[in-house]
Design a protein around this ligand. Sequence first.
Ligand code: SAM
Length: 286
Amino acid sequence: MQSSLEDTKYILKKYNIKANKKLGQNFLINDEIIEKIISASQINKEDLVIEIGPGLGTLTLKLLENAGKVIAIELDTNMIKILKDRFNLYDNFILLNEDVLKVDLKELISKYSNKERKVKVVANLPYYITTPIIMKLLEDKINIDSITVMVQKEVADRITAIPGDKLSGAITYSVNYYAEANNIAFVDKNSFMPVPEVDSEVIKLKIRNKSQVDVENEELFFKIIKASFMQRRKTLVNGLINSGIITDKNDIKNIFEEIGLNLEIRGEKLTIQQFAELSNLIGKTI
Ligand code: SAM
């Protein structure tokens, strides 16, 4: 059995292609990490796996061996040709030549899944669109069980930070609202070919059946979170006023008093529960 480094070199040479930097093509060449991703994703023969950006198919091969069905979504037609040649004998493989951000995932899942099948997303994500992909998977409210993905270390640190901690950002709260996020493994940049500029991390998001906070208006809740992190160094009150969410100072004073928040507090200090309370009260006021 060849290692993924030899596989990768061999395939690139055979098809006479080079990694496309614009599409975030950093191919995984570390077998140990591939095993860690597979093990963390806890996939079995009943599961429907969605892989985003299969590339040359290094991770795909392991997914096909372990999952019930694998739907792979790849934008680059060069990769499509390779993947077709490589996996044409697997009857549990579905390949889509599409931009994942434009795919109707709800429709896709309802076409290939049934109630018994759990849907799990497993991928080494293209870094230039990591956040939009993760937010799409969460916000589209598709029926998925978990998302196990490789992302840049810096993004992983933000996503898995405890809301209110120094590293937390708007994405910490948004992800936390929908899922429980955990670090799985640090991945040195030398685990890829070509070698990217930064290290990576595998994270797992286990989707919550029900959010741990009660939010009456999700749109307003996320708008408030975004506004408070847009101007991180300013107070939360300023963030709310400048974004036009709520402008009457008396209203703000009353709401802050009711939740027990100091008027000088910065948004990054709030817990997700406090953001929920804040947005529910603002929703009743405006
Ligand atoms: N899975 C492979 C691996 O681990 O070696 C490749 C991972 S590489 C980091 C990211 C992959 O995502 C590339 O194959 C790239 O062509 C693909 N990709 C980039 N943008 C995409 C998009 N919008 N939709 C689907 N795939 C995309």
